[in-house]
Design a protein around this ligand. Structure first.
Ligand code: HEC
Ligand code: HEC
Length: 271
């Protein structure tokens, strides 16, 4: 019987022929200064001086793209980052630079540190104490939900460890006004009958607005029902945590938040 042969050979052929079609795993180079604290600090300073005119001193973008949000930096290999900085990006405003290798690796170390998500970062602090603060004294849960527990005025933080870097989390707690999420803008509405409603605006149009207040109540108002609409410039988040929390407490909160992840990535531990 010959008929068995194609049955066996075809899958084998598929195996051998298909293999080279898969992209070869490209070797990356290691950054000799990876995770080196001093190098990251030097890179941060250098970045502000040499790159800030286009990328913003904190990397949030301007003439050049945002490098702080991780969209460009996270998927890029070390080699690509190094080469882009050394040679520039042809056909764009990104210029070549004559910095020595060590300085470029400092910049790469800084870019990596800025964009690493908190979940993958070693975050010192006591996560259990951070959890107690979150749901207790620091009152974060009045506005934020984590796994179904908490308020609705601020964003749900159940996956925040995976989507933000430690630096971003620290900034969110200590300088909430530095960058306010436009989908959680604060608003104060004064109704024609004199009621004052404060909260975050959802679904605003010229004809109506929905406001979620501190108690989590949803107010639906039509244009003819309000007299004044005052958009807050600042975040609704308290801006005095730097004074009301000790640095240990902030660190404990960061340890707790950094562990928050949902979905397929396993939680570091049940917190
Ligand atoms: C004159 C403006 C300018 C300056 C100065 C500048 N950049 Fe850029 N940079 C850009 C622009 C524009 C792009 C987007 C290029 C593109 O469209 O791919 C870019 C892209 C990048 C990228 C992404 C490249 C890639 O591979 O996708 C990195 C990383 C970067 N810049 C880092 C730096 C660093 C570090 C410095 C300082 C040493 C710097 N840039 C200075 C304008 C600038
Ligand atoms: C009075 C309501 C309120 C309280 C209390 C509050 N927050 Fe917020 N928080 C908000 C709002 C609204 C936003 C979104 C607007 C902004 O970006 O500032 C926010 C944003 C954040 C973000 C950024 C989320 C993101 O997607 O990047 C983090 C992290 C955060 N808060 C953590 C905390 C922690 C930790 C506490 C307690 C120490 C806390 N918040 C207390 C209302 C609050």
């Amino acid at each position: 019987m010959k008929t068995w042969m194609p049955g066996i050979l075809l899958p084998l052929a598929a195996l051998f022929c298909a293999a080279p079609l898969f992209p070869q795993k490209e070797e990356d180079v290691k950054n000799p200064l990876e995770k080196d604290r001093a190098a990251m600090a030097a890179g941060k300073k250098l970045f502000a001086e040499a790159c800030g005119t286009c990328h913003g001193t904190t990397g949030h973008g301007g003439r050049g793209p945002n490098l702080a949000d991780g969209k460009i930096v996270q998927p890029a290999k070390n080699k690509q980052l190094f080469d882009s900085i050394r040679k520039g990006v042809a056909g764009t405003e990104m210029p070549p630079c004559s910095l020595e290798d060590e300085k470029i690796w400092q910049l790469v170390a800084f870019l990596r540190d800025m964009t690493a998500n908190a979940f993958e970062t070693e975050v010192p602090g006591d996560a259990a104490a951070g959890k107690a603060l979150f749901f207790g004294k620091a009152r974060c849960a009045e506005c934020h939900m984590i796994r179904g527990q908490g308020g609705l005025m601020g964003p749900d933080l159940a996956n925040i460890g995976l989507t933000r870097s430690v630096e971003k989390l620290r900034e969110a707690i200590l300088q909430p006004d530095a960058e306010v999420d436009p989908s959680f803008r604060g608003v104060t509405v004064v109704t024609v009958d004199g009621r004052k409603i404060e909260g975050v605006a959802r679904n605003y149009s010229n004809y109506s607005i929905q406001v979620v207040d501190r108690e989590g109540r949803l107010h639906l108002l039509e244009r003819r029902e309000w007299r004044e609409l005052d958009w807050h410039k600042k975040s609704l988040m308290p801006d005095n945590y730097a004074q009301t929390l000790s640095s240990t407490e902030v660190q404990d909160l960061l340890a707790f938040l950094s562990r928050q992840s949902t979905g397929s990535v396993r939680r570091k531990e049940e917190q």
